[in-house]
Write a protein that binds this ligand. Structure first.
Ligand code: FAD
Length: 390
């Protein structure tokens, strides 16, 4: 007979958001939690994947609460204190300094692979979490008691099924939850570089007519770049020699940091935004990129996922096991998170469009707008605090 394991909550996807959610909930409650991940567990000596995410205060405080933030080395989590944004086609510029808002840092650049490895390690020490890597599942059956995740070599019965399986969410598709998808026709090229001049713990972002480039500071005067460009332009950049690509990066940021040396392979990620029509259906609830993904131009995607995780844990932690999937509870999660996520997505679309419009009068207006924003204390503070997650 097929073996069936029983849990209160099952999380599909042990990425940054799924793993953090599982740990938070496990540590704040006595619920029995399963985490299933289709990939093998990460290994200690796994090659870094040069993916760095800029995380604000809420995200890092959650990583701290689950006991991993302090364990990240300065190579793995590097604080940035300033941000400088400027526009290729106008004289608009904006700068932010953590000190202006009574903070020590604006956020941290976190190596996502290192962070994931620590989260997986922490889950293995958490008594009320069982992790299943390399887990192949082929069906979800929903009934009154919850959901059955049919898998090999066993199945999982759960009262609440949390989809944290990323933008292409298999769980979301099985649940037939529609997701509006919009491709930007762009790729985000990421790579690690070292610059001749010191990066001054500053996140540099220049809006080019072809798309934004961000140079995000890391330890040892290294930086991580995210360069968003149209697909064909991206193909050309990916085909350049290392030296020519490094020169192209230096030119794209107007040589502000001097000569550039490429330290890693380049990777190109297709960029799209996505919004699930609803965040829950019966006992299935969506979290992180499974619910929404946005353009990375302001580095907010994972930060929104951490907010989702925090909100859902707050709602679940005091519930009895019988009411984990109550429509009232999941409806409250949806009401709180959907508005915030969709407003941020809307803002990313607006920024993306505003900076791609190269009509002369618009460029003049854009430059004036940036300078006005720079001098308007309150609105600028609101933007900065939102980005910092405080
Ligand atoms: C170029 C780029 C730069 C970015 N920069 C930033 C930034 O600076 N700051 C920021 O906040 N965000 C940033 N983001 C967004 C951020 O990377 C994502 O929002 C975040 O990684 C989403 O995390 P997640 O855990 O929800 O999903 P994922 O990271 O996609 O994790 C999903 C997990 O589910 C697993 N999985 C998938 N399918 C199944 C299945 N069927 N069964 C079991 N497991 C499954 C996967 O293997 C994976 O482990 C960036 C995105 C891009 C593309």
């Amino acid at each position: 007979m097929e073996r069936v394991l029983k849990y209160d909550v099952t999380v599909v996807g042990a990425g940054l958001i799924g793993a953090t959610f599982a740990l938070l909930l496990a540590q704040r409650s006595k619920l029995k939690i399963a985490v299933v991940e289709r990939s093998p567990a990460l290994l200690k000596n796994e090659q870094a994947n040069q993916r760095v995410v800029a995380l604000g205060a809420l995200a890092t405080s959650l990583l701290d609460e689950v006991g991993i933030f302090e364990t990240l080395t300065s190579e793995e989590a590097f604080p940035y204190t300033k941000m400088f944004v400027w526009d290729e086609n106008s004289n608009g510029e904006l700068s932010f300094d953590a000190g202006d808002y009574g903070q020590d840092v604006l956020g941290h650049m976190v190596d996502s692979m290192a962070c994931n490895l620590r989260l997986q390690n922490q889950m293995s020490h958490q008594d009320n979490i069982d992790t299943f890597y390399d887990f192949q599942t082929n069906d979800i059956l929903v009934n009154k008691a919850g959901a059955l995740l049919a898998g090999e070599p066993f199945s999982i019965e759960t009262k609440l099924l949390v989809a944290a399986d990323g933008g292409g969410s298999w769980v979301r598709q099985q649940a037939k939850i529609f997701s509006h998808r919009q491709a930007f026709g762009q790729v985000g090229i990421v790579a690690k570089i070292r610059t001749e001049r010191n990066h001054q713990q500053t996140a540099w972002q220049r809006f080019l007519g072809t798309g934004p480039i961000a140079v995000l500071p890391l330890n040892d005067n290294q930086s991580s770049i995210v360069w968003s460009v149209d697909i064909q332009h991206g193909d050309r950049l990916m085909q350049l020699s290392d030296a020519d690509f490094a020169d192209a990066v230096a030119a794209a940021i107007q040589n502000r940091l001097g000569r550039v040396e490429l330290l890693s392979a380049r990777k190109a990620f297709p960029l799209q935004s996505q919004r699930a029509e609803v965040y829950f259906k019966a006992c299935i609830v969506l979290l992180g990129d499974a619910a929404h993904s946005i353009h990375p131009l302001a580095g907010q995607g994972a930060n929104l996922g951490f907010k989702d995780a925090s909100c859902l844990v707050d709602l679940l932690q005091l519930q009895s096991t019988g009411s984990l999937s109550s429509a009232k509870l999941l409806g409250s999660y949806q009401r709180t998170r959907k508005v915030d996520n969709e407003q941020t997505d809307w803002l990313m679309h607006a920024l993306h469009k505003a900076y791609r419009n190269n009509i002369p009068w618009w460029q003049v207006a854009r430059g004036a707008g940036m300078r006005w924003l720079g001098s308007s204390g309150r609105l600028k503070a609101l933007l900065a605090k939102n980005a910092m997650g405080i």
